[in-house]
Design a protein around this ligand. Structure first.
Ligand SMILES: [Zn+2]
Length: 387
């Protein structure tokens, strides 16, 4: 059941579709290097929508494109990662069951954490276990497992056994918000463009193994899987900040813990969010430096692909609750709706090739002041020539 409407950014039909897509994506298990069921879901999504082209690059990152009718604007891409911190079963050593943690989870929430291991073929649960202790080994974290129920082969992926997702009040609680909700919002925009047979072109980029250091994204960049002059908006769920609270709308993310993002893209996204706030009842947004983690936009920009970012302010980031227990992540559902709406409207305005308001404002300033600048420049330069 959807929470009561908090703003008018999505029509009823689109709210229901967003809920359907969210359910579909969240119920599929995932872990770093084990995104098989997510990738399969994306290919099914495209197969059900003739005209949305899907391909995998050689690293197994997925690209879904709605071609629209072509435009002179550079190709706009939305990017999200398909994995979430999880575990790989390592087998038994000296009578002890071991797992490797992939991705960052606060050490204080690991002891006692419940695990569910899944089959890569169909996602069925094949075993459960519990973490007894965690220790740093080399550059990684090894987990001692107990209470194993079921039979496990070495290499089997596992995720936190916290339930696929549930709406309670105005919040969505799920074992994975980061970053399946980013992926959902891209699918929602592609679905809207497809249903409308929109002329607007959009590329969806779905990367793997982000939680272990943008590995899938770095592979994507190394393989040059994006067309030249692609402009990326990286989507994330990012730990809430004093300047970015759940319930105050999607976040125009101007940077992360490592870098600041493309100024023009950031400004254009900000301008679109401001237009929505002016026009749509109840819609709000936030603009913030989300320095609680690094995201792929840092990698894109560092490799010469212009990238901005947007995100949802996330509670219980990477399943660490403030009370020191492993817990579902959560977001405010209205923020999720707001982000999906913002991304749709931004794709429309991007393809219309609208000059950025920033650029227009600078041009107006230049026009207003250039005559006096030229006049005084003649005086200054003449005085210099005489000296
Ligand atoms: Zn993430």
């Amino acid at each position: 059941m959807l929470p009561p409407r908090a703003h008018d950014a999505l029509p009823d039909l689109e709210r229901a579709r967003l809920l359907d897509l969210t359910r579909d994506v969240l119920r599929r298990p995932t872990a770093p290097y084990a995104e098989d069921l997510q990738v399969r879901g994306l290919l099914e999504f495209a197969a059900e929508r003739p005209g949305i082209e899907a391909r995998l690059d050689r690293h197994g990152n997925a690209l879904l494109e709605w071609r629209g009718r072509g435009t002179r604007a550079p190709l706009l891409a939305y990017s999200a990662h398909l994995d979430h911190p999880g575990v790989e079963y390592l087998g038994r050593r000296g009578g002890v069951l071991l797992g490797r943690l992939h991705g960052g989870v606060r050490p204080d929430v690991l002891p006692g954490a419940p695990l569910r291991f899944f089959a890569l073929e169909d996602g069925t649960a094949i075993a459960t276990a519990r973490v007894r202790a965690a220790r740093r080994v080399g550059g990684g974290t090894e987990l001692e497992l107990v209470e194993l129920s079921g039979k496990l082969a070495r290499g089997t992926p596992g995720m936190w056994d916290l339930g696929a997702g549930a709406l309670r009040g105005t919040r969505l609680h799920a074992r994975v918000c980061d970053d399946l909700l980013g992926a959902v919002s891209i699918l929602h925009v592609l679905d809207r463009l497809w249903r409308a047979r929109s002329p607007v072109r959009l590329l969806g980029v779905f990367t793997r193994a982000e939680e272990t250091g943008f590995i899938g994204c770095l592979g994507l960049l190394e393989a040059r899987s994006l067309p030249a002059d692609t402009h990326v908006i990286g989507l994330e769920c990012s730990p809430l900040r004093a300047t970015a609270r759940p319930g105050r709308g999607p976040v125009v993310r101007v940077g992360d813990a490592a870098s600041v993002f493309d100024p023009e893209l950031s400004q254009r996204l900000h301008a679109q969010a401001a237009r929505l706030r002016a026009e749509v009842r109840g819609f709000g947004f936030q603009r913030a430096l989300m320095d609680g983690g690094r995201c792929e936009s840092t990698a894109f920009n560092a490799r010469g692909v212009r990238a901005g970012a947007a995100c949802l302010a996330l509670g219980n980031y990477h399943n660490g609750s403030p009370r020191g227990r492993l817990a579902p992540e959560w977001v405010e559902w209205a923020d999720h709706e707001g982000l999906a709406a913002l991304l749709y409207e931004f794709a429309l305005s991007w393809n219309a090739g609208a000059d950025s308001a920033q650029s227009a404002a600078l041009t107006a300033l230049w026009r207003g002041g250039r005559a006096q600048l030229a006049q005084s420049a003649r005086r200054i330069r003449a005085a210099t020539a005489r000296a």
